[in-house]
Design a protein around this ligand. Structure first.
Ligand code: TXA
Ligand code: MG
Length: 322
């Protein structure tokens, strides 16, 4: 990526415009986080309801201090281990962050991305960038430039194409609470990794939490959804498979299904959940484009990245309990 292109993108941001920014998780639709007009443009292009707050991306500690008021001491265990990287922290916000970014909450979700192009953009722009995933509201997150163009067509803003995203699934959103960490959205960093790196208690998404708090906004039941209806296949489905029809599509983790009448994708023939996460959205997009019936999606094992992948599959099917 030429420095010229990065500078052009930074100029567009300074003019209050939007830029599609690659990150290690998914592509983001970036705007100056401290410019409420620019932030409103993000909501407008996405068709996103104003009650669903954005994640603010920072280059370093100096930019972090401009948006977050305080970082509790024990939270450093987490940032030292995973920043820069696919981890988002919910922290008390500074007044400079417009209410548009946080949907009026007193907290702001912040992450320090590790993707070299995201970091070059943050440096060239010189300030924090609000960026949700670069998709229309409620749809699948884009993990390639082609997926972003499929979302916005001619309305696609300046796009920094850096190829496929390494993790392919969104960041893990964590709320520090009572000396430990509550996962509000499972993502590219697992609960086990957080527990191991910090030695602190980790409450998983949806689990009973020690303090009452408002539901993480934006975690809607139907989200990350293809256009075709999604039906989940639970472990053991192979013993009595549903009546598949021509035009259906199939998404499986490791093993195919011989004689499936439609198009199918195997996420990881070698059974790697990392690889499955990386390919998940792309496979769902491809199946969504070619199926005329339903998309059958097999849940993956509930270890490692499994909870994050299954969370997206359940939301795609509209069957989460939240
Ligand atoms: O990997 C990612 O996190 C990607 C890349 C682009 O960084 N971004 C992303 O953003 O997934 P988005 O807008 O699709 O998801 C943002 C979610 C909101 O829907 C909400 O659940 C949560 O972050 N969030 C934002 N601010 C929050 C806050 N103050 N408290 C609790 N949750 C918050
Ligand atoms: Mg999103």
């Amino acid at each position: 990526m030429s420095q010229d292109r990065i500078e052009r993108a930074a100029d567009a941001l300074r003019a209050g415009g939007l830029v599609v920014m690659p990150t290690e998780t998914v592509y983001g639709l970036a705007a100056d986080a401290l410019d409420r007009g620019a932030v409103r443009r993000v909501f407008k292009l996405k068709g996103r309801p104003s009650f669903d707050p954005l994640i603010v991306h920072v280059l370093d500690e100096a930019q972090l201090k401009r948006v977050a008021r305080a970082v509790p001491g024990w939270v450093r265990l987490l940032t030292d281990a995973f920043w820069p990287g696919p981890l988002t922290l919910v922290l008390p916000k500074r007044a400079a962050v417009p209410a548009e970014v946080t949907s009026g909450l007193s907290t702001v979700a912040v992450r320090m991305p590790g993707h070299p192009v995201a970091r070059r953009l943050l440096r060239a722009f010189g300030g924090p960038l609000a960026a949700p995933s670069a998709n229309r509201f409620g749809r699948l997150s884009p993990t390639s430039a082609a997926a972003v163009r499929a979302e916005f067509g001619a309305a696609t803003p300046l796009l920094l194409d850096a190829g496929a995203c390494r993790h392919g699934i969104e960041s893990t959103i964590v709320r520090p609470v009572r000396g430990g960490f509550e996962i509000l959205r499972p993502g590219a960093i697992t609960a086990e990794q957080i527990a191991k790196a910090t030695g602190r208690k980790v409450w998983s998404a949806g689990a009973r939490t020690p303090a009452r708090h408002p539901e993480a906004p934006g975690l809607l039941k139907q989200h990350y959804a293809p256009r075709r209806p999604v039906r989940l296949l639970a472990a053991g489905w192979r013993a009595s498979p549903p009546p598949f029809r021509k035009g259906d599509a199939l998404l499986v983790f490791q093993l195919g299904w011989e004689g499936f009448p439609g198009v199918a994708r195997v996420l990881s023939p070698r059974g790697s959940l990392r690889q499955a996460a990386q390919k998940l959205y792309r496979a769902l997009r491809e199946l969504d484009a070619s199926a005329t019936g339903r998309i059958f999606a097999e849940l993956v094992p509930e270890r490692g990245l499994g909870p994050a992948i299954n969370d997206r599959l359940r939301r795609a099917a509209g069957t989460t309990s939240r």
